[in-house]
Design a protein around this ligand. Structure first.
Ligand code: C2G
Length: 135
């Protein structure tokens, strides 16, 4: 079984997220999503609208997603890859190069982002003040 992992906040789920998850799953047979905790979002300077448990419930309902684990920090990726027997690490290409250190442990794939959509754009279009971060 070829196992894939990807990471993210996945707040206010939109088609960009779904496009990423569909293509990540297509890289293998089993997709693990490491979902940013509320505390880690604060470290990423992001304020998610939905709390971790709700974002987890939503992701688990997506047919491409096989398992959701928590992402607590920047440092856990190598251990996650080893502990979960991961073959492929996938991220959107806004992260190109940032996780190449994982090439010693698994394949690393950066996929083109979906243009014209982001959680930040949704918040701005809805006139929600104080929007932080990007996705
Ligand atoms: N994404 C995309 N197209 C968009 C928006 C997002 O392909 N229009 C992808 C991102 O590239 C990322 C995933 O969807 O691979 C999740 O995006 P975010 O929730 O914004 O994740 P991010 O805050 O970038 O967290 O340790 C890594 C971090 O946790 C990544």
């Amino acid at each position: 079984m070829r196992k894939v992992i990807t990471y993210g906040t996945y707040d206010l789920l939109h088609v960009g997220h779904i496009n990423l998850l569909r293509r990540a799953k297509a890289q293998g047979d089993y997709l693990v999503v490491a979902l940013s905790s509320d505390e880690f979002n604060a470290i990423k300077n992001k304020k998610a609208y939905y709390p971790y448990e709700d974002r987890k419930t939503i992701l688990e309902a997506i047919k491409y997603v096989d398992e959701v684990i928590p992402e607590y920090n920047w440092e856990q990726k190598i251990k996650d890859v080893q502990d979960n027997d991961i073959d492929v690490f996938v991220m959107g290409d806004d992260w190109t190069g940032k996780f190449d250190f994982l090439k010693d442990y698994c394949e690393v794939v950066y996929l083109p982002r979906t243009e014209g959509i982001s959680t930040t754009k949704i918040k701005e279009d809805l006139g929600l003040k104080g929007t932080k971060g990007q996705d």
